[in-house]
Ligand binder design. Sequence first.
Ligand SMILES: Nc1ncnc2c1ncn2[C@@H]1O[C@H](COP(=O)(O)OP(=O)(O)OP(=O)(O)O)[C@@H](O)[C@H]1O
Ligand SMILES: [Mg+2]
Length: 315
Amino acid sequence: MLPVVSPVVFAERVTKWYGPRRAVADVSFAIAPGEIVGLLGPNGSGKSTIFRMLTGYLVPTSGRIEVAGHDVVEDSLGVRRAISYVPEDAPLYDHMRVGEFLNFMAGIKGLHGPKTRAAVEEVAERLDLARVMKLTTGKLSRGFRQRVSIAQALLGDPKVLVLDEPTSGLDPHQVIAVRDLIQSLAGRHTVLLASHILPEIEKIASRVMILLDGVLLTSDALKDAAQDLTLRLSAEATEDAVRGATKAVAGVREVTADPDNAGRFLVKAERRPPLAADLVSALVAAQIPVRELTELRPDLERVFLDLTRQPKAAA
Ligand SMILES: Nc1ncnc2c1ncn2[C@@H]1O[C@H](COP(=O)(O)OP(=O)(O)OP(=O)(O)O)[C@@H](O)[C@H]1O
Ligand SMILES: [Mg+2]
C-alpha cells in the first residue's frame, strides 16, 4: 500500500543493467517518513545495486528515484544531504584515528565548530565507541568498523539512513545492540536496510520488501503473511482423502502432505473466522478423525519461501 503522506523515498520503474547483465528489473516502491523498511533477498538479488542507486553512487539505466524530493540523477548533491549510507563493506580511511575520522566526516556533512564536537560525542556514545576513539580505523575489529561506519552515518541527523547488511560480521551481543539502535531511530529517521538474513529483518523492520533476481516480489511481505492462513492438520487419512474432504470448504486453497510426517498436512487458506470449524466438520463428515488442528503463526519465512520457491534448507 502506498503511504498516505508523501514518500521520502520514491522509486519508479527502476532498472539497472551491468553491461549485458540485468541486476534490477522494473522496481517501484515508496517509503513514508519514519518507516523502517527491510529489503530482503538472497545473495546477488540486487539489494546493494538498489541502494547504490538510491544514494547516487550508480545511475539507473532507466526509471526514476527521488529522495526527500530530490532526483538522484539531476540533484545528487541534494540527495546526499538528505541520505546517509552504510555500505556493505564499511570502507573507512584506515590511517585515520576513529575520532579524527568522525570529525572529518562531520565536516563533509557540513557540521562546523562546536557543533562538530557535540555531534561526534553523541554518535560515539550511541555506538559505544569511547574505547576505540584513539585507535586507527585500520586496526579495528570488523564489528567496531561496522559500528564506526554506522556512527558516521548518523552524523548530521540525516532524514534517510540506508544500511546495507548492517549486522554482518557482528557478534550476537553487537547484533542485538545494533538492532536496538536501528529500532530507536524509527520516527526520527527513515531507515532502509538490506539483509539476506530473514529473522534479522523480521525483528527490525516494520515493513519488508522481497527481492529476487532483481524483481520486487512484494513491497509488504508481512501484510501478505497476515492475509494468509496456514493450518497444520493431523489426521488419520491419505493425502487424497484429506484433499477430497476439504476441497469444498470455502476459503481452502491448497492441501499438502508433510513429507516427513505421515498423517500431517498443511492447509493453506484465506483468513476467515469459521474456517477451522468448517474444516473439522468436513473431515468428520468424511469419517476422517482429526487429531490436531493448529494455526501456524504467519511468518516471513513462509512468505519468502512461497515467493522464491527455494528449498527450506537454502533460506
Ligand atoms: N559492478 C558490477 N558489475 C557487474 N555486475 C555486478 C556489479 N555489481 C553487482 N553485479 C551483479 O548484479 C547482481 C546484483 O548484485 P548486488 O550486489 O546488487 O546483489 P545483493 O543482493 O546486494 O547481494 P549480496 O546479498 O551478496 O550482497 C549480481 O548478479 C551481481 O553479480
Ligand atoms: Mg549486497
